[in-house]
Design a protein. Structure first.
Length: 202
């Protein structure tokens, strides 16, 4: 019985490029497919998180390593969503300034929530405390968007030191409806901005 042979690893050929168009053409990602790419970014991070969730549920593998990029995708999606909403409120003249360049989810949600009450029906008021609790929990362990990217803080302390386990099904069941509700809110505000722009033109 002959021993199997393995082809040794080789580096990419000289002159390679990664940010370019090549065949197969159905695998060429199209950037700047909209005038305003806020949609592409915020939905991209959410889509990636859902795909990772599904992979884990289907295969029951890589849970202990994929949890870090998965949580970063979710966290960053929320950050971008809040900043989009704040920017729309600014465009509607509800706010005096566009969103700050901060990463604190608790602060960003509080900036949103104080200005969106007039756009949310009383039937949806129960979403506010739930979202506040979720953002409080995220912020308590990752106020600066570092904990899911780096093993240690800038001060050399272990990231996520007090957390031993995270249940993926529980995480999915909590964050998914919040993602969907916030998407609906952003779409509604975006429609109002479009109506506002049309009125100004006429």
């Amino acid at each position: 019985m002959t021993a199997p042979t393995y082809k040794p690893l080789s580096p990419p050929a000289d002159g390679f490029e990664i940010f370019t168009c090549k065949s197969p053409f159905n695998l060429n990602a199209c950037l700047h497919f909209m005038h305003d790419m806020k949609y592409g970014y915020v939905e991209g991070y959410r889509d990636a998180s859902i795909i990772l969730f599904q992979h884990i549920f289907d295969t029951k593998t890589n849970i202990d390593t994929l949890i870090y990029p998965l949580l970063f995708l979710i966290r960053h999606h929320f950050e971008l969503r809040f900043k989009n909403i704040i920017n729309l409120l600014y465009m509607l003249d509800i706010r005096d300034s566009p969103p700050d360049t901060i990463h604190n989810l608790k602060s960003l949600w509080e900036e949103c929530s104080k200005d969106i009450a007039d756009f949310v029906s009383s039937d949806d008021a129960h979403w506010f405390p739930s979202i506040q609790s979720l953002m409080n929990e995220f912020t308590a362990i990752d106020a600066k968007a570092d904990a899911f990217r780096f093993t240690k803080t800038k001060k050399g302390k272990l990231s996520l030191a007090d957390i031993r386990h995270i249940n993926l099904r529980n995480l999915f069941n909590i964050v998914t409806p919040v993602m969907e509700w916030l998407e609906g809110l952003e779409m509604y505000l975006s429609d109002l901005v479009n109506q506002h722009c049309e009125q100004e033109k006429s």
